[in-house]
Design a protein around this ligand. Structure first.
Ligand code: THU
Length: 296
């Protein structure tokens, strides 16, 4: 899912990284087959209060506001409305524009403290709540509320956010996040789009895609994009990486094996393509690898 950000308030990149994973996995859970986008604005309490007063007649700040663009038929949501989503296809963003979300960073910080969990977790929770509204869910009557809550929990649980603390990201979710990352591949030269999702020891996931270059040689693979994003954000302990492509089994190239070996010689490598799923430990893909241990 394409998120179009407006950051009135600067936030740690870890917020937006987790929110991107949450949005990608939300589309998977909802079963949306078309490319989708949403505009997400992170603002302060005063700005959200103004919007709340202007659009809902409620003159107080709130945590999240959703402005869906799609008028769903009764009982339908984004995943079940079939071709109707085409009505909101936006040529400029090359995706179905589901609507706008506004999230107050003041509420994110205060609520994270109140519930005793991380700010990025609260930000992801509010994003998922707002996205469910953009998908057509509501919580006015108890049955609708139950459906919306179940969907929120499915999405959050899948990316490792559970009521009782941080859960684990399953192999299936990691592969789904790699497939979503692949949608953002920049590969006009090879037309071989690759996506990766790297699971860190602390439960965070960094996504990456291949980014090609007219010089060809300056191209970066999806796996190394994900690794370099993680290391540059301070995380260098990895437990698994999922890689997604189409056409052939996307086992990592030699350079990516070498870079993974630098940080995680025992990492599990999961692949997914139209031929199915497979996995191997890096130690089997790079036997007798040369790494930091050899320079001690
Ligand atoms: N590619 C990856 O992203 N990962 C690999 O491990 C193998 C190759 C990309 C690089 C380039 O953009 C395209 O696939 C064709 O080589």
């Amino acid at each position: 899912m394409k998120l179009i950000w407006t950051l009135d308030v600067p936030v740690e990149p870890v917020w937006t990284a987790l929110m991107q994973c949450a949005a990608d996995y939300a589309c998977v859970c909802e079963g949306i087959s078309r490319p989708c986008a949403a505009a997400v604005r992170l603002c302060d309490d005063a700005a959200i209060r103004e919007l709340n007063a202007a659009h809902r007649g409620i003159d107080r700040s709130t945590d999240v506001l959703s402005f869906p663009l799609m008028d769903y038929a009764p009982g339908q949501t984004a995943g079940t409305c079939g071709n109707a989503l085409a009505e909101i296809y936006d040529d400029e963003v090359n995706a179905c524009m589901l609507g706008d979300l506004v999230i107050s960073t003041g509420h994110v910080t205060a609520q994270a403290e109140e519930y005793g969990h991380s700010v990025q977790r609260e930000a992801a929770y509010l994003l998922v709540h707002g996205l469910c509204h953009l998908f057509g869910y509501d919580h006015i009557d108890p049955e609708d509320q139950r459906r919306m809550r179940a969907m929120e929990e499915k999405i959050l649980g899948g990316i490792g956010i559970t009521r009782d603390g941080d859960g684990t990201v399953s192999d299936e979710t990691l592969r789904a996040l790699a497939r979503s990352a692949r949608e953002r591949s920049y590969s006009p030269y090879s037309r071989y789009a690759v996506g990766a999702a790297l699971l860190c020891a602390d439960g965070r996931v960094f996504q990456g895609c291949n980014v090609e270059n007219a010089s060809y040689g300056a191209t970066m693979c999806a796996e190394r994009t994900a690794v370099f994003k993680a290391v540059s954000e301070g995380e260098a302990e990895f437990t698994a990486i999922a890689i997604a492509a189409q056409g052939s089994a996307p086992w990592p190239c030699g350079l990516c094996r070498q870079v993974l070996n630098e940080f995680a010689p025992d990492i599990r490598v999961l692949i997914t393509w139209e031929g199915g799923d497979d996995e191997a430990p890096l130690s089997a893909l790079l036997p007798h690898g040369f790494g930091p241990k050899d320079l001690l």
